[in-house]
Design a binder for this molecule. Structure first.
Ligand SMILES: [Fe+2]
Length: 202
């Protein structure tokens, strides 16, 4: 194991424990959290691809959010933030100028992630302050656990302010959107089901 692989394992353990807390939420969230946790490795594994320096601008902003999330997150995430596979996978949009620089996700477990899985996607999403992640949908079932910051979170017709320790479940093809306000939002996400079909904006 390299130092980076050890550090990634410690981060994954923290994310896994955070998701396991979903068991204390409503039955649909609890069931999905358990489904995801059961798919995650429970011991260190050899990385399918190395961690390399990220060129995405959010990498520099993540440590501040990790500090806000508390000592465990600061210790596990801040040293790794610059080498996680942050990416923004959508084409630039005229109605969301600069979104590609203001938000990104880092998949740690998944079909093309450092820890390989064809059954689940599991990673972190970061949305910078004053940033709107436009309405979108995908056939994958998605579960979020908010780690730091807050956002106005829309699912279908309902918008709710979401804060750390909140879980949000997006059923397959449900339209959702997030608007970060004066602080960025950092969250753990998972995908199950059809994890191959891409997201579509609505
Ligand atoms: Fe989504």
């Amino acid at each position: 194991m390299t130092d980076a692989a050890d550090a990634l394992w410690e981060l994954l353990r923290l994310m896994r424990a955070s998701f396991a807390a979903g068991a204390y939420h409503g039955s649909a969230i609890a069931a999905e959290a358990a489904r995801v946790v059961a798919e995650l490795p429970d011991r260190p594994v050899v990385l399918a691809k190395p961690l390399v320096a990220s060129a995405h601008p959010v990498a520099a902003e993540v440590p501040e959010a990790a500090r806000l999330a508390g000592r465990a997150w600061d210790a596990a995430l801040s040293p790794l933030a610059a080498v996680l596979p942050w990416r923004y996978g959508y084409a630039p949009r005229l109605d969301a100028p600069g979104l590609e620089r203001r938000m990104a996700w880092a998949e740690l477990v998944g079909p093309d992630a450092p820890i390989r899985s064809d059954r689940v996607g599991f990673g972190l999403t970061f949305i910078g302050r004053d940033t709107f992640y436009l309405p979108h949908r995908h056939p994958a079932v998605e579960l979020y656990a908010v780690v730091a910051g807050s956002a106005d979170w829309t699912l279908g017709e309902e918008t709710t302010r979401r804060r750390p320790e909140d879980f949000v479940l997006h059923p397959a093809n449900a339209v959702h959107a997030m608007r970060a306000g004066s602080e960025p939002i950092l969250a753990i996400y998972s995908w199950t089901g059809d994890i191959v079909t891409a997201t579509a904006f609505t």
